[in-house]
Design a protein around this ligand. Structure first.
Ligand code: SF4
Length: 229
């Protein structure tokens, strides 16, 4: 057997072995497997350890005034993920995102799209409430960003909906009027992202509901088109 043929056989055997290990959940040995998930964060298996880490986090000043860390809620296998900016008063008390008036509106939007709230995943850019519901500061978003990135890497949603400008800043690092970002998918390292107005904005500006519904119909139709048979 020639050296070239021998090397080729060894390469094929090694590739088969590594693929088998990969299917069994072993990532560290595979030269073909990425060292990081699809959005460039370390590959992790489940949300539990990430949540446990967040519950004890004191990495930014928001930990000083929080009642509860608001990690996220929903299906870890969700095809659709919503990301808002940060917990409000009700969320801080209950430890769950989007449970106040804006949350009830978001739930109605999700249901109008044909999903149950439990089928999607809902999280925020920062996991602790900014005092007096101010916008989260850039350094707070930065300190908390790795939790959000790890959630997305584990859940692997097909589509992410960013609710409001803080969520857009946290994920896409973009500063543009929402009117110029909404209405079409943006690409975020292979994940389709739809930016739209935050439900709290809709409570103050009901006329914007029409635009949000237009955005959500685009998302709904894209998920329907990609749905497994
Ligand atoms: Fe930690 Fe995020 Fe809470 Fe800041 S907002 S303390 S980074 S969990």
């Amino acid at each position: 057997m020639s050296d070239a043929l021998h090397r080729e056989r060894l390469r094929a055997q090694l590739a088969g072995h590594l693929e088998r290990l990969e299917r069994e959940g072993v990532w560290g040995l595979s030269v073909a497997a990425p060292a990081a998930g699809p959005i460039g964060v370390p590959r992790e298996e489940s949300l539990g350890p990430v949540e446990a880490e967040a519950l004890g986090c004191v990495a930014c000043r928001l930990h000083e005034t929080r009642t509860k860390v608001v990690f996220g809620v929903g299906s870890p296998e969700a095809r659709l993920m919503f990301i808002g900016e940060g917990p409000g008063r009700d969320e801080d008390l209950q430890g769950e995102p989007f449970v106040g008036r804006a949350g009830k509106l978001l739930t109605r939007i999700i249901e109008a799209m044909g999903f149950a709230r439990e089928e999607v995943y809902i999280a925020n850019a920062v996991k602790c409430r900014p005092p007096k519901n101010r916008d989260p500061a850039a350094d707070e978003i930065g300190a908390c960003r790795h939790f959000l990135m790890r959630q997305v890497a584990i859940i692997k949603p097909e589509i992410v909906v960013l609710l409001g400008n803080s969520a857009v800043r946290a994920v896409l690092d973009r500063e543009q009027p929402m009117s110029r970002m909404r209405g079409r998918f943006l690409d975020w390292n292979g994940v389709r992202v739809m930016c739209t107005y935050h439900p709290a904005y809709l409570l103050r500006n009901p006329s914007a509901k029409k635009m949000v519904w237009e955005d959500m119909k685009i998302v709904r139709d894209a998920l329907a088109a990609a749905a497994p048979e």
